[in-house]
Design a protein around this ligand. Sequence first.
Ligand code: BGC
Length: 590
Amino acid sequence: MQGSLHREGINMVKAEDLTLIEKASLLSGQSEWESRELKHRNVPAFVMSDGPNGVRRQTGSGDHLGLGESKPATCFPTAGTVANSWDPQEARVMGEALGAEARDLGVQVLLGPGINMKRNPLCGRNFEYYSEDPQLAGRLAAGLIEGIQSQGVGACPKHFAVNSQELRRQASNSIVDERTLREYYLTAFEIAVKEAKPWTIMSSYNMVNGVYAHENEHLITEILKGEWGFDGLVISDWGGSNDIVESARVGAGLEMPAAGLASARQVVQGVKDGRVTEAELNASAQDVLNTVERTRNTHPTGDGFLAEDDKIRNHEIARRIARKTAVLLRNEKNALPLKKNAKLVVVGDMAATARYQGSGSSKVNAYRVDNLLDSLKAREDLQVVGYAQGYDRQGAERADLVKEAVNTVNTTNPDVVVACIGLDERSESEGLDRSHMRIPQAQLDMLAELVDTGKQIVVVLVAGSAVEVDFADDVDAILYVGLSGQAGALATVDVLTGDVNPSGHLAETWPVRYEDVPNSGNFPVEERDSVYREGSFVGYRYYSTRNIPVRYPFGYGLSYSTFEYSALSVDDEGVTFTVTNTSDVPGADV
Ligand code: BGC
């Protein structure tokens, strides 16, 4: 079977047959993206690459911040958006496409999915994480992993574990009690590991209860490998290994990226000093060798670039997934779907220049990006009678842009104003948490002026995670599209026009205001210790227990159909009930 472990195979190299320095040298990378090869032992390197929503294949020296160039690839919706489909099968389809692209681009291990819990809406990487619910996150992750690995490419769920803030992420110490750890923070990893058997897993930068994740015996030796039976390779986050002797001892096989041979010498010295036994070292090195075996047959099938046919197919796949993720948050008097031949004014910089992915290591060099304005203009059954930028994307107050938008509306007299607003690129980035939960004030001010024109207002809301929506009652409709990938604009138009009936549901609670979040006074923590005082009362667990009103609850999402639920029954096997579509519009419900 492709990529399976050929433990009996003639090529299988055994760690115990290698010299001390050879096996020690396998425990760190040889370049930014490669494991170390041992040519004379017939051990090739394997190539790793980000990331979760598209392949960021860099050649040359590379970087792990999303700054340098990478080969063109498909940018799919980010995890936080895929989660709104609530559909592991969609994640699986995306995984298959990702795995096939990874293969074509010469990548043997893809660094994703991200499955940390959304503990607080301001975490800068929430767009890369699925949900506030570990069951949902775990099952979606399992789907993605199975899809990737069906192509002979290894997946690497990350970041194990309790990695909830970006601020000082390499020094932060997550202090969490055992029950919360097991019931909440580890559950998604447990589901993914047991259901989908990933070939690798990435440890997080932070400490968990005083011990760095990559050398955490409780997490790696006892729980991951011991209790869950994980038989793959533990890879450090890039620069997240602190004591290679200790990580070799607990069974964390690979530190990334390249620490030179200094690390190997430390391991050899560690064996001599008795800090790590040779048997422990063999086990860690064997994990690396097993990954080499599993990925040995995964070589680029083409010339290391995507074929034109594949681009066309995968753009369509990205569009189909995006359709399933759009969440209709508000729809007064059936403002949506848009009526045939409706006259539209489109407002908003993000309608002309799409905002479709997050910043940092997950950033994909998309070979094609559609935007909302052109996608609406391309429809023969709609008339776009005007466009205005409306706001400065970086947040500067620009009265001239607001005035222009209002004038465009007043002079063209449209049936509907489609306002595309949301978070800008800098607000959602690895390494940086958001400082508040609002969308930029300049956009809110502009929206208020548009509302004053008295026209019907449809908001297309772009953001990778929850935002405050104080304007909800002032507008007619809100379609939340998340960060929907390179074909997201096409999918948005499919939903706005009613070609597709929205069926997305929120995978995280949207509180009324940030102050309602249980750990809002305690995030992000600047000191070393971040104490998880709220325990597992995160997201809906907290709001429903404390009866705190929210803007949109976990699972919320409207449809152009109406549904009725009946015949609920609960037993040891689970819950069953009947869902009836009580409208004459065909639709799907979750
Ligand atoms: C990120 C990881 C990523 C790695 C390699 C790190 O900074 O935390 O998610 O996979 O870089 O780019």
